[in-house]
Design a protein around this ligand. Sequence first.
Ligand code: ADP
Length: 302
Amino acid sequence: QVTIVGSSNVDITALMARLPGPGETVLADSYQLSPGGKGANQALAAALAGAITEFIGAVGNDSHAGIALGQLEEAGVKLDRVTRASEPTGVAIIQVDSAAENSIAVVSGANSTVTGEAVQAAGSIEGILVLQGEIPASGIKAAMDAATDRIVLNLAPVIELDREYLLKANPLVVNEHEAEAVLQQLNPQLNLEFAGKYERLAGLLVDEGIDSVVITLGANGCLVADRAPLENGGAQVRALPAVKVKAVDTTGAGDAFTGALAARLANGDDLAQAAEFAGKFAALTVQAHGAQASYPRSLQNL
Ligand code: ADP
């Protein structure tokens, strides 16, 4: 099983010729409401990748709640421990112009109620635990304290977490920017320039004491780092290339990757095998528009 403790949102996306400046009103061409939030995206990906999946989070007592959870329900994700908060369902208000430039405001709403207390009250965590940075740090820590299996930590966005909790990640899944920010948290004295040298960055994160690290690099695939077996015990880093595809929209690709990775770990794959599968799964999602809408409903092409 995979248990995701995290955020769920409704994305309100308006398409317009150009983004409004401060104090300005522009007429938009169309808008769309779609389910989002890293936690919910990852839960859907884990379920579609074949894992028994539970999502623990919070939505509001409003009409957006049904949109936020609709796809998860359809995919059979367990939702019994999603609470109804007095805060509204989280929303991301997204404006996109004709050059695909965007500006985004996120309102956490109900996601901000997924605190340490709330997670503790939810009870035991079944199977592999998956976390992101869109709920309060106290909620992340409480979930980690309750976990009995390995913890997949996708610290996106990067928020402050005590060292002892960062070191519980196995793997830490981050993109190159997030990887640098986490290393900075672990070792503020290090002042290195990593542009293009992400193997080094992955190795240093393992040297700091994280058991395993996956750095996603978009169309360049990912790096998988862990401790080498046997006596030397240093970091070993492997590069996995991405599948070559024509990308039309990479929204939610990172979440698809993380959810699919967790599903395969739950299935007994080792980390490199799971990352290879996750890369194939994520490559399918970049060939269609949207986040959850682009996730493959069948695993036939994998
Ligand atoms: P994030 O959106 O979190 O920065 P990435 O852009 O690194 O995440 O994408 C996550 C994973 O999705 C990559 O490691 C890769 O496997 C896959 N992916 C992303 N973009 C592409 C692409 N253009 N072609 C093929 N695979 C891709």
